[in-house]
Design a protein around this ligand. Sequence first.
Ligand code: HEM
Length: 407
Amino acid sequence: QLRLAHTFSWVWAQRGDHAGRLLHWPWQHTPYPTYARLRAQGPVVSSPVGFEAATTRASVGEVLRGAEFGVEPPQGSGLHERFDVVDLSFLLRDPPDHTRLRRVARPAFAPRMIRTYRDSVEQVCGELLDRALERGRFDLMHDFAQPFPIRVIARLLGVPASDQARFVEIGNTIGSSLDGARSARHLARIRKASAELDQLFDRLLAERRAQPREDVLSSLAAAVDEGQVKGDEVGAMCRLLLVAGFETTVNLIGNGVMALLRNPEQWRALVDDPALAPAAVEEVLRYDSPVQTTGRWVHRDTEVQGVPLRRGSQVICLLGSANRDPEHFTDPDRFDVRRDNAGEHLSFSSGAHYCLGAPLARLEGEVALRALAERAPDLAPAAMPKRRRTLVLRGLSDFPVRTGAGR
Ligand code: HEM
């Protein structure tokens, strides 16, 4: 049995109690053959432990967009109490709260707004690469992919330079919670970091209330004052913006560089024509999605692709499987930066919870891949990359690389 049940939703991941057992599964190293076997069983596959799993591009899309599904357990089902959602962020809320809270955060992440961040994103990327490339041999994850998005989000939120080093450390710890805690000690560290982050945001929000600036924290402080967001929701929103935009983008860069270097003709294509960077980003998202699964509760009896689903059951949406569905993508296991429909992947989800940060993630991915292709055309692996032992998120922890200077 494929142990599908253990491919759990973000809600469970955050509860922190299942993760330890997850980490030893052999198939997480490369889930794609498992996904192929599951797709062969049908568009929605039942596991003996009560989960359903949507496996194809069509079934995953239908669940994510369907009005019969929600991210919270159905009202009155008794499941709310058992699966108490501690995090008040809008990722884990259904309408009307979801609609109200997302509306507050939306303007800062609109494509028009994100275009104005390009210079700042390029500057952060350039500084990190200056330092890494000078050494010739560096770790792509530690020296570039990890510090890059967190510095961008710190600037965007309006975290002052003096707090940024601590913010990065806290972000690293909280980011590691998306796949659940590995041990009681890890859980304690996550809780401590979370409390510290709340304090930091409380202080910054108070400062912005007194002296507003042009940043996301100032607009959130104003939204609290206007009654659009409650006091205890604003911290969760800040945390979401940090966590959702951090490890995911780290993995986009790491998975992207790995796919490109493993397919040297694709890397060459990007080096020869760096304008291919946005297309390469879409193909990386499709080919090796940084977020592999998400989950939905069935709110009303329904059917997906002819498979009946009962109210109260939970559906795991296998985003990484949807993106490799041969019914939708020709030769899906081939990595091809010139593929014309790569952008039809579901890596940013679909429907009401479609990734709010998608324009920012795309910008960061494009800037990173373009800069590497332009400045390090002879980039090559220097040792075996190490994979993170995580399931919801897919990515690397270490990836030693070198350029000509570092041979
Ligand atoms: C939601 C993926 C980067 C902010 C989501 C979801 C996915 C996702 C799959 C929806 C989960 C669901 O439907 O249950 C990614 C990937 C990223 C990325 C693959 C990078 C490659 C970012 C960035 C930010 C961000 C940079 C901004 C700071 C959010 C927020 C939500 C979200 C706020 C919640 C949206 C809602 O519930 O309405 N992301 N994300 N993400 N993402 Fe991203």
